[in-house]
Design a protein around this ligand. Structure first.
Ligand code: ZN
Length: 147
């Protein structure tokens, strides 16, 4: 099922810090499936749960960028000092592209859809997408970090 993406930078659901996922229920698994369909339809590289109206710590990343696609209760554990600035867009801010400075590489830990914890090293576009989605879970949008 294609879900409705929340747009508008002042939307409260996009501005609220999300809550940890306590348990991976059937409902969560369905949500992940729907989020994947929704992201693919809009050619997104990532999508966070609050973008489709669920204020929980979960995001997905496109299979084109990452072998691991589902990040539940993610935590970035290391960010490189080296940064890179690139234009970024966001499915919640249609037609807006803003240059954003991000760490070039990072290390993250999260649980997958089976509840198994994993650690992942990411660089370049994948690292950028992970930082973008992590910002979403904390209520931060790209229009906030514009320099
Ligand atoms: Zn976004």
């Amino acid at each position: 099922m294609i879900l409705k993406i929340q747009i508008n930078k002042n939307n409260p659901i996009l501005r609220k810090k999300t809550e940890p996922v306590a348990e991976i229920t059937g409902e969560i698994l369905n949500l992940i499936k729907d989020m994947k369909e929704t992201m693919a339809k809009d050619n997104g590289v990532g999508l966070s749960a609050n973008q489709i109206g669920k204020s929980i710590r979960l995001f997905i990343i496109s299979p084109e960028l990452s072998k691991k696609q589902v990040f539940i209760n993610p935590k970035i554990i290391k960010l490189s000092k080296k940064t890179e600035t690139m234009e970024e867009g966001c499915l919640s801010l249609p037609d807006i592209f803003i240059p954003i400075e991000r760490a070039k590489s990072l290390k993250i830990k999260a649980s997958d859809e089976k509840g198994k914890e994993f650690k992942l090293k990411a660089k370049d576009l994948l690292a950028r997408a992970i930082q973008h989605e992590t910002d979403h879970l904390n209520g931060i949008l790209i229009c906030d970090n514009a320099k």
